[in-house]
Design a protein around this ligand. Structure first.
Ligand code: 5RP
Length: 223
């Protein structure tokens, strides 16, 4: 078992009958969605999932997990999602998989956010992983210029054919190299003041519990 799978399986243990559940995106969240489908089958557990991306929606549907649209939901009981980096205060960098916009909307509407990862994601400070920033395609060059004054470099995320990568919400992503990020909450506010910025992959003060999985199948939990 990998550390990611160990963390995911532990997190799915927190799911209770009747919950409305945010389903994260990425390889760790995939383990959680798979473990959830097993519990649904074995225990006849009834939950309603709210996916954070087309990828997670397709996976959940293929595994028979009942889903609802975010439009039908006011609050979620719990969201289980991965992260690209976690610091000592449980602040996160997310969006490596490009789903940061929906992930943040769903996380903000959740009573609890469970973050699952392996030990490689835990860092004393954020910033080694490039910070994803979702930007509006119109005038992205101007947004890029303003962002580059706040970091070392900002790289437009592209597909294999060099066309701009588009999120599920039809946004571009600029990956910012700014290492270390000294004050993540303040930096997030600064970035969001730029008009073309739609969302920032910094999730500050949102994590209720962090579950770190190890290769030997053990986990460590932090709140
Ligand atoms: C997707 C995310 C993911 O949670 C993050 O990239 C971690 O991915 P993985 O679990 O594959 O390491 O934020 O937008």
């Amino acid at each position: 078992m990998t550390g990611k799978e160990a963390a995911a399986r532990k997190a799915v243990g927190y799911v209770e009958h009747g919950m409305t559940l945010g389903l994260g995106t990425g390889s760790t969240a995939t383990f959680a969605i798979q473990a959830l489908s097993e519990r649904l089958l074995l225990e006849k557990l009834k939950i309603t999932g709210v996916p954070t991306s087309r990828r997670s929606r397709d996976l959940a549907l293929s595994l028979g997990i009942p889903l609802t649209d975010f439009a039908n939901v006011t609050r979620l009981d719990l969201t289980i999602d991965g992260a690209d980096e976690v610091d000592a205060n449980l602040n996160l960098i997310k969006g490596g998989g490009g789903a940061l916009v929906q992930e943040k909307i769903v996380a903000a509407a959740s009573d609890r956010l469970l973050i699952i990862c392996d030990e490689s994601k835990v860092k004393p400070q954020l910033g080694e992983f490039p910070l994803p920033v979702a930007v509006i395609p119109f005038g992205w060059q101007s947004t890029h210029l303003q962002l580059t004054s706040l970091c070392e470099t900002a790289t437009l995320r592209v597909n294999l054919d060099n066309t701009p990568y588009l999120t599920d919400d039809h946004l571009y992503i600029l990956d910012l190299h700014c290492n270390p990020i000294i004050d993540p909450a303040h930096f997030e506010k600064t970035l969001r003041q730029i008009p073309g910025v739609a969302q920032v992959g910094l999730f500050c003060g949102m994590t209720s519990r962090l579950i770190i999985g190890f290769e030997d199948g053990t986990v460590e939990e932090r709140s």
